[in-house]
Design a protein around this ligand. Structure first.
Ligand code: AMP
Length: 425
């Protein structure tokens, strides 16, 4: 038997779920526009060389890689950032900075499928290139906040950290970059014990352990405590100052719920500064996340460029909306179906359907030539609000019959009064 199911980890989106995705994508596009991000479309397939240039080792191992018919080694994009870096170092190289780019679409990772984890999933992605100021970091948190808020999500909260704090502690204790990345990856998975095993200096292990143990809701208190823990680490203190400045700006510009977690790391190893994720209380999976990665563009052969970005998982946001019962919005307009009673009035009925569509009314037409009873039964199942019934007798008098399918009432009205009767402006 041929296998005609979707490939493992990939899904069809239909009906209300598809509608929810469209709503999230539209809100992400509106948010991009509000914050001055320009939308760009890049290919789903890129050279393997590009995608593996600096993406975290872990993601590299989970890419869908193949050889095309021209024997090129290519892969499905596991994220947008590499494609954006390609653009920034080529076509958009001379564009005035900062560059603010937005993309939305599917990305592909060979993850182990489970609820909220797919192999094909949708992201909305924001990249802000060429700005080193904390205001730039702030924009990414604020736009994520705005997106969550406009989608109607309740009780969402940000988890914020700064990769510079951990990296500078490790650097001061001479831990090489490769080991640093291995440690961060383990910390990302909350495998703290195994992460600390890679640290030889006892003092450094103790410092990291104190950061791991630190929990608290008031971010100012947490910052104070981190300050004490890293008092011997000059560069880590600079990273902490940067984080403090970002948080001060964020909290004074918006109502926002956040916690600071100094031992928080993110899977992608290219981060250099502030990192964040956003959650709702009912779900343990992050709805989105991002951070600063000032050395990324350089890794793609470009000049040293400041960069900060974030991505939101649309599939997970859809789950969050469902969990909080805000996934389905009431219908915006009417759904009308036009039914001709006989062949002879088909053309007139089609004209009426066209008239409705020209006025912006979503209009269906009885396409199967069913008898009135069956056509109305089908209209009910399709959840139409009104049926416009076109019959020869009424048509002679310039009229049609409108049937309100919810109230089960019908009236004969002049065609000239159709819009008024339907309440169409
Ligand atoms: P990342 O690109 O890893 O920073 O992820 C950004 C966001 O994409 C995460 O916060 C998730 O919401 C979403 N995401 C990551 N991996 C998956 C996956 N396998 N399936 C669905 N969503 C994902």
């Amino acid at each position: 038997m041929p296998n005609f199911q979707t490939v493992r980890g990939m899904r069809d989106l239909i009906g209300k779920e598809a509608q929810t995705f469209i709503r999230i994508i539209t809100k992400a596009q509106e948010t991009a526009s509000l914050f001055g991000f320009k939308e760009v479309f890049t290919p789903h397939v890129e050279h393997l060389e590009l995608l593996s240039a600096k993406t975290g080792d872990e993601i590299c191992q989970r890419m869908f890689v193949f050889e095309d018919l021209g024997k090129r080694q290519v892969a499905l994009r596991p994220e947008f950032t590499a494609s954006i870096a390609r653009l920034v170092t080529s076509t958009l190289r001379t564009e005035p900075k900062p560059l603010k780019l937005f993309s939305v679409g599917t990305v592909y990772r060979y993850d182990e499928p489970q609820r909220g984890r797919y192999r094909e999933f949708w992201q909305s992605n924001f990249e802000l290139i060429g700005a080193d100021k904390p205001e730039a970091d702030t924009e990414l948190i604020l736009l994520t906040n705005k997106l969550m808020q406009t989608l109607g999500l309740q009780g969402y909260a940000f988890k914020i950290g700064h990769i510079g704090i951990i990296k500078e502690i490790l650097s001061q204790d001479d831990v090489d970059e490769k080991t640093q990345n291995a440690i961060l990856q383990r910390m990302d998975k909350k495998e703290y014990e195994s992460a600390l095993k890679l640290v030889t200096s006892e003092k450094c292990r103790g410092t990291l352990q104190s950061l791991i143990d630190l929990k608290g809701n008031n971010w100012r208190d947490t910052i104070e405590q981190i300050n004490v823990i890293v008092s011997d680490y000059e560069k880590a203190k600079i990273a902490l100052e940067n984080l403090t400045e970002i948080l001060t700006i964020v909290t004074s510009s918006a109502e926002i719920s956040l916690t600071v977690e100094p031992a928080f790391a993110r899977g992608l190893e290219y981060y250099t500064g502030m990192i964040f994720e956003v959650y709702i209380p009912q779900l343990e999976i992050a709805l989105g996340g991002g951070g600063r990665y000032d050395r990324l563009v350089e890794a793609f052969g470009g000049e040293s460029t400041f960069a900060v970005g974030c991505a939101h998982g649309i599939d997970r946001i859809a789950i969050a909306l469902q969990t909080q019962n805000v996934a389905h919005m009431p219908k915006a307009g009417l759904d009308v179906v036009v039914i001709p009673i006989t062949e002879s009035v088909k053309v007139d009925a089609l004209k009426i359907a066209q008239m409705l569509r020209d006025r912006g009314v979503s209009t269906g037409f009885e396409l199967l030539g069913r008898k009135m009873g069956k056509a109305l039964e089908a209209a009910d199942k399709h959840d139409f609000d009104y049926a416009v019934i076109v019959g020869e007798r009424e048509l002679c008098m310039g009229s049609i019959v409108i049937k309100d399918l919810k109230k089960r009432e019908q009236t004969t009205v002049l065609i000239t009064e159709l819009f008024e009767k339907l309440g169409v402006k």
